[in-house]
Design a protein around this ligand. Structure first.
Ligand code: NAD
Ligand code: MG
Length: 401
């Protein structure tokens, strides 16, 4: 994937224009934090948020993009007022998000959470941009279609998810058949040591308190159920030239080794670092070069011990559901993702219990069947239908609570 020619074609002295989809989120803020440290090298073209008008306006005043887009149309008037006189254009709505992704930025951070990021990410791929992909749900619900779009338009996909970024750094793309397997590490989340009985009564506040990473609410709950690793398994399948049985998951509570690649000669290559998303984001932002970051440096002598354990599919059924969905193929990953998004939303809202999340996903995979999506419209239809049925089930479960 990374060739000497590309290295030459991208002199580090050039100014890179960047668009950040989801600039108000955890990944988005970390991306802007890095950009703020090197304003000679990066120029912000567009930023987008969902509801947080205040933060979006603050970012727009600081980084002076051409345009700031608020997805939720209710926020338009306030954003317009906050940015009046700044020269920053203001727009709102889903269509405006796609338009923002179409603007001619060299590099686009796909940092929106969930299926909502699919249309703008596809739009960026369609115009051949370099897309830094944090939004794993895009690949899960429309992996084949997104990859086709990337290939057809000569776009570049750079993995931002820390595990995939680690693999990207150590994978030998020139000799993929010399790779025996890839090993995705998982922290195990905040409930790694809990029994199913104990998990039944955990609260949203406990679920979002991740032991190692500071992230948005949805991915934090996904980490607690380990659905995050399940989504990442599917993400890895699409990003790297390996088959499903070659992707292994290994629980590693310290989150120091971000993932590994095992080769046919017995060598295992790993990427290590402090658990700070600015390292993988920086790798994608400066790619194919590297930039300096303020990320805390790894002090292995202070950490002392790294430990590993096999994942427990009985206590964390989400991981198994995701692997099964990947093996079934067709519409299953789209259904898995949509059902999970709905279930997490109901859990965060305190309407259903923690164990109900995987139960809802399992039920949707059992009860909904569809042909393999062959267009984005198919994906959106399957996604919307799954959400309706999953909401209905979640609402019934909520009444019983
Ligand atoms: P977050 O909740 O902190 O931020 C999400 C961003 O998306 C915000 O800017 C929000 O305004 C925007 N958004 C939400 N719903 C939207 C909608 N319907 N339309 C338009 N915009 C919308 O989430 P995050 O933790 O930054 O995660 C973003 C993505 O990156 C997720 O897919 C997540 O799985 C992935 N990721 C995050 C991390 C991390 O450390 N946070 C690590 C790896 C991967
Ligand atoms: Mg990850």
């Amino acid at each position: 994937m990374r060739t000497a020619q590309q290295l030459k074609a991208d002199p580090t002295s050039d100014v890179r224009s960047v668009t950040i989809l989801g600039s108000t989120g955890s990944v988005g803020c970390n991306t802007l934090d890095l950009i703020a440290r090197d304003l000679d090298r990066y120029r912000v073209e567009a930023i987008t948020g969902n509801r947080n008008v205040q933060l979006l306006a603050e970012q727009a005043k600081k980084f002076r993009p051409q345009i700031a887009v608020i997805a939720c149309e209710d926020g338009y008037a306030e954003l317009k007022a906050l940015l009046s006189g700044t020269g920053v254009e203001v727009a709102a709505g889903e269509g405006a998000l796609v338009d923002a992704a179409r603007r001619p930025a060299d590099w686009v951070m796909a940092g929106i959470v969930g299926g909502a990021g699919l249309a703008p990410t596809m739009a960026a791929a369609q115009r051949g941009a370099t897309v830094a992909l944090a939004n794993k749900e895009c690949l899960v619900c429309a992996g084949d279609l997104l990859l086709k779009q990337v290939a057809a338009n000569n776009a570049t996909l750079l993995p931002v998810d820390s595990e995939h970024n680690a693999i990207f750094q150590v994978f030998d793309f020139d000799e993929p058949d010399r790779v025996e397997k890839i090993i995705l590490t998982a922290s195990g989340g905040p409930f790694r040591e809990l029994t199913r009985e104990e998990m039944a009564s955990v609260t949203p506040a406990q679920a979002v308190a991740h032991p190692n990473w500071s992230m948005g609410a949805k991915i934090s709950v996904d980490s607690a159920t380990m659905m995050n690793k399940g989504l990442e398994l599917i993400e890895a399948f699409y990003l790297f030239p390996v088959e499903e049985p070659q992707i292994e998951v290994l629980v590693h509570p310290q989150s120091v080794i971000h993932s590994m690649v095992a080769y046919v000669d017995g060598s295992v290559l790993a990427q290590l670092g402090a658990p700070d998303m600015r390292t993988p984001i920086a790798y994608a932002l400066a790619w194919p070069s590297r930039m300096e970051t303020p990320t805390p440096r790894l002090k292995l002598e202070e950490i002392g011990t790294l430990s590993f354990e096999a994942p427990d599919f009985k206590r964390f059924p989400a991981l198994k559901l995701a692997r099964d969905a990947l093996m079934s193929g067709g519409a299953a990953p789209t259904i898995l993702n949509a059902a999970n998004e709905v279930a997490v939303e109901y859990f965060l809202d305190n309407s259903i219990g923690f164990l109900d999340i995987s139960a809802i996903v399992a039920e949707m995979l059992n009860s909904i069947s569809h042909n393999s999506p062959s267009t984005i419209e198919d994906v959106l239809r399957i996604d919307a239908e799954t959400r309706v049925v999953a909401r209905d089930l979640a609402a019934r479960m909520a009444k019983k609570q």
